[in-house]
Design a protein around this ligand. Structure first.
Ligand SMILES: Cc1ncc(COP(=O)(O)O)c(C=O)c1O
Length: 500
């Protein structure tokens, strides 16, 4: 497909503006004037519309097909959410409006906080963080504030993280000024308790754990783990990225966790990925409430709602205003649609994952042979050993079958990992079609491995050099060589940024 600049023809316009004879010329101050007009592609309107429509159709999203990206929980965002968030009373709000004029919005936020406290089994919630990773950092700042007040912040420098953790966990720990202590995974996919006991002591500030883990497995020793940490005076942090598996079934607070972040965009439906909006509220035990970010959204004794800035122990603000409001409206709408049946959401997600696991586990390797939660991790190591076909080859070939690939090469403890998460919103026919494709690809690996190695064959873009794309990203179009205004067409190239 040609770039829009390559379609440019000098003098072509998308619209004709009526002549403005008689009107005074616009007075643009000299310093704001350009020495030459901006270099824009010159195309007519139909060409413009076709160009961008075609580009949009090359995109892949949950609205166009099955998107089983493990750990990312790419669930469908019901259209009713969009209708509700676009209601003028929500869409036209301004964050600096007086409290009296935004009572409805504050009530929605307060209600969402109450629901999330109930779902997590904890006491207080701040909706402020903008994403799971920011929730992690915020939670660790609370850990620091908690130990500072106890005079233990110098002593407690370590945060324990299992080797299955998502990359944001160690990144957040380091950003928060703590040291990462890794703990191993045992042969059943749980935290290795013996390894853990050796690593937790009076220098430990917290555990950071995703449960179910990124292997899609619920840790069978969670009560014992909680005793070990609380026994050492440390806190328990729950990475709630996988909360979709347990809503209404088990609660992090009941498992012993003190702080939880919730990825609203994974559990309570939001468009996400590719920079889409997200939300990473945190829920905490009562003892940590005083440190939560300001302002807190509160309900006063007279039943009105307001913003409380008077929290002297607060860690301060982590994001503008009270957080990403449109995200809250969508999540609130989604939760209210389920109402008291919320656990059906998680039960269906878990059922869907186990159904697919049962269909695939005889053909792909299963490193931890247990019932899974809402996602599961297979390995393509057998295909690699026997036919030279890797997890990446399987993923690329899936695109030819019109499926978004699952997560690959994560978690790191599984070689040739394929991490599959169907979510609750997919029909059985879709799950079957995906499993059929996976089984067919395994047959292709045996009969014609080159077919996989060169895949995808039927997409707009073939196999990319991903290492080069990561190491030499070309992120801007080469303006100095695009067609100039004289209409002369010169070769068009894209440039790597300097120093790449
Ligand atoms: C297990 C886990 N933890 C944390 C995160 C970070 O969440 P976010 O992408 O909202 O920053 C993710 C995101 O994929 C995740 O899968």
């Amino acid at each position: 497909m040609r770039l829009i600049y390559e379609k440019s023809q000098s003098g072509r316009r998308a619209s004709a503006i009526p002549r403005h004879d008689g009107l005074p010329a616009a007075e643009v101050p000299e310093e704001l004037r350009r020495s030459e007009p901006p270099r824009l592609p010159e195309v007519h309107e139909l060409e413009l519309v076709r160009h961008f429509t075609e580009l949009s159709q090359r995109n892949f999203g949950i609205d166009t097909g099955f998107y089983p990206l493990g750990s990312c929980t790419m669930k469908y965002n019901p259209r009713v959410n969009e209708r509700i968030v676009a209601l003028p009373g929500f869409a036209h709000l301004h964050p600096l409006q007086e409290e009296e004029g935004i009572q409805g919005a504050l009530e929605l936020e307060w209600r969402l906080q109450e629901i999330l406290a109930e779902v997590t089994g904890l006491h207080s919630v701040s909706l402020q963080p903008a994403a799971g990773s920011q929730g992690e950092l915020t939670g660790l700042m609370l850990v620091r504030a908690y130990f500072e007040e106890r005079g233990e912040s110098e002593q407690r420098r370590k945060v324990v993280i299992p080797d299955t953790a998502h990359g944001t966990n160690p990144a957040s720990v380091t950003m928060a000024g703590y040291e990462v202590t890794h703990v191993k995974t045992d042969p059943r996919g749980n935290i290795d308790i013996d390894d853990l006991r050796e690593k937790v002591d009076e220098h430990t500030a917290a555990l950071m754990l995703t449960n179910p883990s990124t292997l899609g497995l619920f840790d069978e020793n969670i009560a014992e783990i909680s005793e070990i940490f609380h026994g050492a005076g440390a806190l328990m942090y729950y990475d709630g990225a996988n909360l979709n598996a347990v809503c209404g079934i088990s609660r992090p607070g009941d498992m012993g966790f003190d702080i939880v972040h919730i990825n609203l965009h994974k559990t309570f439906s939001q468009p996400h990925g590719g920079g889409g909006p997200g939300g990473g509220p945190i829920a905490v035990r009562e003892v940590l409430d005083p440190y939560l970010p300001v302002p807190a959204v509160i309900r006063r004794d007279d039943g009105t709602f307001g913003l409380d800035f008077d929290r002297p122990k607060s860690i301060g603000k982590v994001r503008g205003y009270t957080g990403p409001f449109g995200v809250f409206v969508r999540s609130y709408a989604y939760i209210r649609m389920y109402g008291p049946r919320l656990r059906e959401m998680s039960e269906t997600a878990v059922l869907n994952a186990n159904y697919m696991l049962a269909r695939l586990k005889d053909v792909y390797d299963l490193p931890y042979d247990r019932l899974c939660m809402h996602e599961f991790v297979l390995s393509a190591r057998g295909l690699k050993r026997d036919y030279g076909a890797t997890a990446l080859d399987v993923a690329k070939r899936l695109m030819d079958y019109d499926f978004h690939p699952p997560t690959v090469y994560f978690p790191l403890v599984v070689p040739e990992a394929l991490m599959i998460e169907p979510t609750e919103t997919e029909a059985k026919e879709t799950l079957d079609a995906f499993c059929d494709a996976m089984l067919e690809i395994a047959r292709e690996a045996a009969s014609d491995p080159e077919l996989l190695k060169k895949a995808p064959h039927h997409r707009p873009v073939g196999r990319l050099d991903e290492v080069r794309a990561a190491k030499q990203p070309i992120v801007k179009y080469g303006f100095d060589v695009h067609p100039d205004l004289s209409g002369e067409r010169r070769p068009v190239t894209a440039e790597a940024p300097k120093g790449a």
